[in-house]
Write a protein of this length. Structure first.
Length: 179
């Protein structure tokens, strides 16, 4: 795993071979972060990475200046990997939560400035996740929500949909919550 830019840019970490996540490609991650940087200043913001996998998105948020990053992952191998990378970086601004992301959405009481969700594409109920996040208490006024998905999905009819981006086979739907 490589952190692309920011204070930890170009740092690499060996991902365990038994990891079950499908990490967002460096190419797609770099491009979506370029889009996000034009929409929001990460400095001092709070970010939530749902279905965190390797934590690559979490560490990208952290590297680019987010004040606090919450990384939610239920698989033990991925959870432990994220914690080990956080320890190697020595950064206390990341909170790693071992939990089911759908339950986390349902029980959330804290709102975030930026939310990124990258559930397994074959997950049962995948298509309902954006509506669940949009109806939750996770989003504050002026926040941004990014949903990663395959081209099989179109979320443009949901409230606050702003734009769709595709990088190879990786698609992102971006939602902007008005102030």
């Amino acid at each position: 795993m490589r952190i692309i830019r920011g204070k930890y840019g170009r740092r690499r970490f060996d991902v365990p071979t038994n990891i079950t996540a499908r990490p967002t490609t460096d190419f797609a991650r770099e491009n979506i972060f370029n889009v996000l940087e034009n929409l929001i200043d990460f400095e001092g913001k709070t970010a939530l990475d749902l279905f965190a996998g390797t934590g690559a998105v979490s560490f990208e948020f952290l590297s680019r200046g987010c004040r606090q990053v919450t990384s939610v992952e239920k698989a033990p191998t991925q959870y432990n990997f994220i914690r080990s990378v956080a320890a190697k970086l020595g950064d206390s601004n990341i909170r790693v939560v071992r939990a089911d992301a759908l339950r986390f959405i349902d029980t959330a009481v804290t709102a975030f400035d930026i939310i990124f969700a990258d559930p397994p594409y074959n997950m049962e109920g995948f298509g309902e996740i954006p509506a669940k996040v949009l109806a939750s208490k996770l989003l504050k006024p002026g926040s941004i929500f990014v949903m990663e998905h395959s081209r099989a999905y179109d979320f443009s009819s949901l409230p606050n949909f702003a734009e769709h981006r595709a990088y190879g086979s990786v698609n992102f739907s971006i939602f902007i919550i008005p102030d």
